[in-house]
Write a protein that binds this ligand. Structure first.
Ligand code: AMP
Length: 409
């Protein structure tokens, strides 16, 4: 893990970090900070305790220090509760101790005097505003808030805000902001309504997931315990249902992906493949055909499992067990987007049982093992040895749509 000097922060930010005794970035900081600094929108799935606050505060502070001074607000952070607003405002103060930066926390309750102070700060202009939605709207409605030069919108704990019924308030606040801005959304969970919100307000966001998000409940998950040679026989039966209009099959290697695709073509299935042997242009063309449902089946290495938002996949098949639970969640998360129900099937080869047991352990649930069709014959017993599966080292940086630091797949 690099230290904070890696990001090229202004010296004043480095001093703030030192004062706060932050030595090394956490996982989410390593992933989010470069994305924010290069100007991308971000959707971050992370819980409190991961260091997400600093992940968005540090690049924003650094940006404000480096840009020409103005009197106008540069960043707006919207949060569900006053506790969180206070907490974020305190971290902000700590990090920007050595920087010429002004901020205010605006939240419900408080006396008329507090309100008057907030009004004064908003009228004269502060660099960063941290707020709860309701209180912010009452200021905005009175007309003295100037967000015309706002560059960053950050929604923290977005799922909680929606649970608390703030969707309309958030959209109303956004209606006061410039269209051209950088937006970051953080949420501990990614239910469909968060996806909807992110589609409305984010522009091609980098998707960053920290820790294990559990897959949505409505994805029907099942697995088949097979010998390796039975996989290719079973596959056509899994995709036989013609009501499944969009099917994504993941293979572990590009050789495997090519074989699967060849076999399905032989059986006259409408299929495309995607892996690292394809040029970027070809990949895009394949993705576009699949997204627009011109191709029914896409066989892929996991280059598409993260980052790229393909909606409405009816079925995800893990032809091979993914290497870790995070990949599993990402892959099956391609299905059951928005209001759709989805299905995910995993084929567990004899040598993959430990890996799958590891995934079940992390998901804290068992996935139903389906009986094999008679035609396929008997499969092996599901009897993971209990030996620990060695997981690959974690990736540190995540670019959109493709992982770095791993083998080309
Ligand atoms: P958060 O998830 O942002 O609420 O942060 C959880 C706690 O971890 C807070 O108390 C932070 O001050 C602390 N923290 C976050 N990032 C770091 C870091 N890189 N080094 C040390 N402490 C950190």
């Amino acid at each position: 893990m690099p230290d904070f000097s890696f990001f090229g922060f202004d010296e004043k930010v480095m001093l703030g970090l030192e004062a706060m005794r932050f030595e090394k970035p956490t996982d989410i900081q390593s992933q989010v900070i470069p994305e924010v600094m290069k100007g991308s929108d971000v959707i971050g799935c992370a819980q409190t305790g991961t260091g997400k606050t600093a992940a968005f505060l540090l690049p924003v502070i650094d940006h404000i220090i480096k840009k020409p001074e103005t009197e106008k607000t540069c960043a707006l952070i919207v949060v569900p509760t006053r506790e969180l607003a206070v907490q974020i405002a305190q971290q902000l103060e700590g990090f920007s101790y050595f920087a010429p930066l002004s901020s205010i926390a605006i939240y419900g309750g408080g006396t008329g005097e507090v309100y008057a102070n907030e009004k004064r700060a908003l009228t004269s202009g502060v660099d960063v505003v941290v707020c709860t939605p309701g209180r912010m709207i009452s200021h905005l409605n009175l007309g003295y808030v100037d967000f015309s030069r706002l560059e960053f919108l950050i929604l923290d704990e977005a799922d909680r805000m929606l649970d608390m019924g703030f969707f309309d308030d958030i959209m109303k606040i956004i209606s006061f902001l410039p269209k051209k801005r950088q937006s970051l959304l953080f949420s501990a969970t990614m239910p469909p309504k968060i996806r909807e919100l992110s589609r409305k307000i984010l522009d091609k966001p980098a998707e960053i997931n920290i820790g294990l998000a559990t897959p949505p409940e409505k994805i029907h998950q099942e697995a088949y315990v097979v010998y390796e040679t039975q996989k290719i026989e079973l596959l056509p039966m899994l995709i036989a249902d013609r009501t499944m209009k969009s099917i994504l099959i993941f293979g572990a290697t590009k050789t495997g992906v090519k074989q699967i695709s060849r076999q399905l073509k032989k059986e006259n299935h409408d299929v495309d493949e995607i892996h690292s042997d394809l040029e970027q242009k070809e990949r895009e063309a394949v993705m576009n055909r699949f997204k627009s449902r011109q191709t029914r089946i896409l066989v892929a290495t996991d280059i598409v499992s993260r980052g790229i938002d393909i909606d409405d996949i009816d079925l995800v098949i893990n032809y091979d067990v993914p290497n870790d639970a995070e990949d599993y969640v990402h892959r099956i998360g391609r299905t059951a987007r928005a209001e759709n129900l989805g299905k995910a099937c995993t084929l567990i080869g004899l040598k993959e049982q430990e890996k799958f047991a590891g995934i079940e352990k992390l998901l804290k649930r068992e996935i139903a093992k389906m009986p094999l069709p008679d035609k396929i014959g008997q499969g092996p017993e599901y009897k993971p040895s209990g030996k620990k599966h060695i997981r690959k080292p974690k990736r540190r940086f995540q670019k959109r749509g493709r992982k770095t630091g791993t083998k080309r797949r």
